[in-house]
Design a protein around this ligand. Structure first.
Ligand SMILES: [Fe+2]
Length: 372
C-alpha cells in the first residue's frame, strides 16, 4: 500500500477556514503504530480529518480507531442517558448490538443494518429546537445550523477527545441556503444534511485582547443533567445557544443531582499536541460563569449573552467548514478543538444512515494557561 498522506483542505472561494485535511492510504482496519502517530498528529494540527471510501470499515475498527486516541476510555460519550425520554439528545439514537459504543443515526426506515432490524431514524429538524423556525413554505430551500455543540455529557463524564462519523448511506445531493436570521443578513450555501464545523482555535484567535484575558481566567459551570434541564427552552436562530425565556426545568424536576458530577470547565482548552488554545464552550448547556476573582455570574440571560458575544464572530460563513458527505466518508474530528452542528432537513424517502462513535474521556480537560 502506498504511504499515508495528509492533504490540507483547500478552502472554497470566499472561505477563510484554516483547518481540515484529507488523509489518503490509511488502512483503518489494520492501523500500524506509525500510521496512527501520523494520524494523531494530523488530527491535532488540522482538527477535522476526512478519510474517503471507508464503506467496509467495521464497527469494531471504528471503535478501536476512536479509542486509540484515549486508551482509558471505554464507554459511549453520553454514558447511559437516564431519563432519555426527556433529554433533547437523539431520542431515537440506536446502538449497534455487537459494538455498543457505536451508535446509528440518520433519517428514514432501515430494514436491516449490523444486527438492527426495522429501525426508524429521524434527522433532527431545527423546528424542534429553535424558537422561531423558518416558515414551512421556505423549509425546502432554506435551513439553519441545528445546534452548535461539543459531543459531551457535561455531567459526570469527561468530554470525549474525538468523534468518528461514518456515512453509510447519503441521499443524493441537493443544496440549501443556510440562514443565520439574527439580523446579520449572513447566509451560506450548504449541501443538504451537511455537518458544519468551526475551529475553537480560530474562535479564540478572533477574541479581543480584553475578551482573551477574561476567557483565560473564567470557567463555565454546566447545568446538572443539561440536556434534560434545557429541554423546554428554545434556541436562537443561529443554533448557538438558547433564548432566556425562563423555560429551563427547575432543578427539583431533574433526576437526582449528584453535586460532584456537576462540571465546571475552563473556557479555553489546550491542544494536547500543539499546545494551542481553543475556546471551547457548549453554548446551550452553560448555566453559570465563575470569574477569576471568585465571583459567580448566575444570571442566566447575562451568562448566555457573554458566551454568545465570545462565540458568535467565529461562526460567520467564512469560518465554517460544511462537509459535503459522500457515502464511505469517515470524518474524524477533534471534539476538544471544534464545535459542530447538524444542518438541514430530509424529506420523505430521503434515507440517510451514519455511524457515530465517541467515548467519555479517561482524563479531564486541560486548561490553556499560556501568554497572550
Ligand atoms: Fe455531535
Amino acid at each position: 500500500m502506498p504511504a499515508l498522506t495528509v492533504e490540507p483542505l483547500t478552502p472554497p472561494a470566499g472561505s477563510s477556514i484554516d483547518f481540515g485535511a484529507v488523509i489518503a492510504n490509511a488502512d483503518l482496519e489494520n492501523l500500524t503504530d506509525d500510521d496512527f502517530t501520523t494520524i494523531r498528529q494530523a488530527l491535532y494540527t488540522h482538527q477535522v480529518l476526512v478519510f474517503k471510501n471507508q464503506h467496509h470499515l467495521t464497527p469494531k475498527a471504528q471503535y478501536e480507531l476512536t479509542r486509540r486516541f484515549d486508551p482509558l476510555a471505554t464507554t459511549y460519550g453520553h454514558g447511559k442517558t437516564i431519563d432519555a425520554k426527556r433529554s433533547i439528545l437523539h431520542p431515537d439514537l440506536k446502538t449497534i448490538p455487537h459494538q455498543p459504543q457505536v451508535q446509528v443515526i440518520g433519517h428514514g426506515t432501515i430494514e436491516s443494518y449490523e444486527g438492527l432490524h426495522n429501525i426508524t431514524l429521524k434527522h433532527p429538524h431545527h423546528r424542534t429546537f429553535h424558537r422561531d423556525p423558518i416558515p414551512l413554505e421556505d423549509d425546502y430551500d432554506f435551513t439553519r445550523f441545528y445546534r452548535w455543540h461539543i459531543d459531551a455529557a457535561l455531567y459526570g463524564l469527561n468530554p470525549p477527545m474525538v468523534t468518528t462519523l461514518l456515512a453509510v448511506r447519503v441521499p443524493s445531493g441537493r443544496r440549501q441556503t443556510l440562514r443565520y436570521d439574527d439580523g446579520s443578513g449572513e447566509t451560506m450555501e450548504v449541501p443538504l444534511g451537511t455537518t458544519a464545523f468551526v475551529s475553537g482555535e480560530r474562535m479564540y484567535d478572533l477574541l479581543s485582547g480584553e475578551d482573551r484575558k477574561f476567557a483565560l481566567r473564567a470557567r463555565v459551570e454546566y447545568a446538572p443533567h443539561p440536556y434534560i434541564w434545557m429541554s423546554p427552552a428554545r434556541s436562537r436562530p443561529t443554533g448557538l445557544g438558547m433564548y432566556s425565556d425562563n423555560l429551563e426545568l427547575p432543578l427539583s424536576d431533574l433526576p437526582p443531582i449528584d453535586e460532584s458530577s456537576i462540571q465546571v470547565l475552563p473556557m479555553v482548552w489546550k491542544n494536547p499536541d500543539t499546545g494551542k488554545p481553543a475556546l471551547q464552550i457548549h453554548p446551550s448547556a452553560v448555566r453559570k460563569i465563575h470569574c477569576a476573582d471568585g465571583t459567580v455570574i448566575d444570571d442566566l440571560e447575562r451568562v448566555r449573552e457573554i458566551v454568545y458575544g465570545l462565540q458568535r464572530p467565529a461562526i460567520s460563513p467564512q469560518y465554517v467548514y460544511a462537509h459535503d458527505w459522500e457515502e464511505g466518508d469517515l470524518v474524524l474530528f477533534h471534539n476538544r478543538g471544534v464545535l459542530h452542528s447538524v444542518v438541514g432537513a430530509f424529506g420523505e424517502g430521503e434515507v440517510r444512515l451514519f455511524r457515530q462513535c465517541n467515548l467519555a474521556a479517561g482524563e479531564g480537560v486541560v486548561a490553556y494557561e499560556g501568554g497572550n
